[in-house]
Write a protein that binds this ligand. Structure first.
Ligand code: FPP
Length: 260
């Protein structure tokens, strides 16, 4: 499939909760750390697929604020894997014109890793390919609160609108999430991209993240696009937003009428 075909797909922004590394390793009698190593290898594959599919944005949950409760050796491994991923993927990221970004709180990472991140972010700032965002030390509620506070700092005593809030989020140019996939069998959103997922299709698979293949990824996108096409006009995120806006207008008219 060419990226040309897929640019017509209604799925532009995919978000993934990459769950199940620990259990995957446990089933094989290996340590959780091993699961994360294999999991991070799979990130490379799925990013490559997202590029080939012509997606506009891919946002991956790499480390949540809740993950801080894990044993420190495990946390340390994930930090190290992030650094390794960045160093290893740099060339490919540049070659594929990927715009790279990390959202969340990276203050706990080493200075060296933070520099690798900021360098790669600024190097790819103008890239026009896939928006690749890693959510690290990220929480959805915290993102919303931070955005509102930033707005208040600039606009004291003003009320914030939905559009303004959206423009103050950490990924204002990635748009709403069209499809959220969670591997590992749990059916939760876990504080991921709460605002952006308001109209997202949700897909939960029992596949553990290290086993999540290109084929499954492509099949999910294909079946969700078909689901959307069936719903036609009201199906896409954009149109859902439009009908939500229409509902607000209708309600206003109705209330006006009732008051006459
Ligand atoms: C969930 O597995 C996964 C995470 C907590 C983090 C995701 C991390 C990776 C995919 C590896 C790091 C990748 C990069 C690019 C830095 P889990 O431990 O919650 O699995 P479990 O539910 O089976 O315990």
């Amino acid at each position: 499939m060419t990226s040309h075909n897929h640019s017509k797909s209604s799925i532009k922004h995919v978000a993934i909760i990459m769950d199940g590394n620990g259990r995957w390793a446990g089933k094989r009698g290996r340590s959780r750390v091993w699961g994360h190593i294999r999991g991070s290898r799979n990130v490379t594959n799925i990013v490559e697929d997202a590029v080939q599919l012509g997606l506009k944005s891919l946002t991956l949950y790499t480390f949540s604020t809740e993950n801080w409760s894990r044993p420190l050796t495990e946390v340390n491994t994930i930090f190290k894997l992030l650094k390794k991923f960045l160093v290893g993927e740099r060339k490919r990221i540049l070659k594929n014109h990927i715009r790279f970004r990390i959202i969340g709180d990276i203050s706990s990472l080493s200075e060296k890793t933070r520099k690798i991140i900021t360098d790669l972010e600024s190097e790819t700032k103008k890239s026009e390919g896939l928006n690749l965002t890693l959510a690290f030390g990220y929480g959805g509620r915290s993102e919303i609160v931070k955005s509102v506070n930033k707005f208040i700092e600039k606009n004291p005593c003003k009320h914030i609108s939905e559009e303004e809030l959206a423009s103050y989020l950490m990924t204002p140019d990635c748009g709403d999430v069209d499809l959220m996939i969670r591997t590992g069998g749990d059916r939760r959103i876990s504080n991921f991209l709460l605002w952006q997922m308001a109209y997202a299709e949700l897909f939960f698979t029992s596949t553990m993240w290290p086993d999540f293949t290109s084929t499954e990824f492509r099949n999910i996108i294909e079946s969700v696009s078909q689901r959307e096409r069936r719903f036609g006009f009201i199906g896409s995120t954009e149109n859902l937003q439009k009908s939500a806006d229409q509902a607000v207008l209708n309600k206003r008219k109705f209330v006006e009428k009732a008051g006459e």
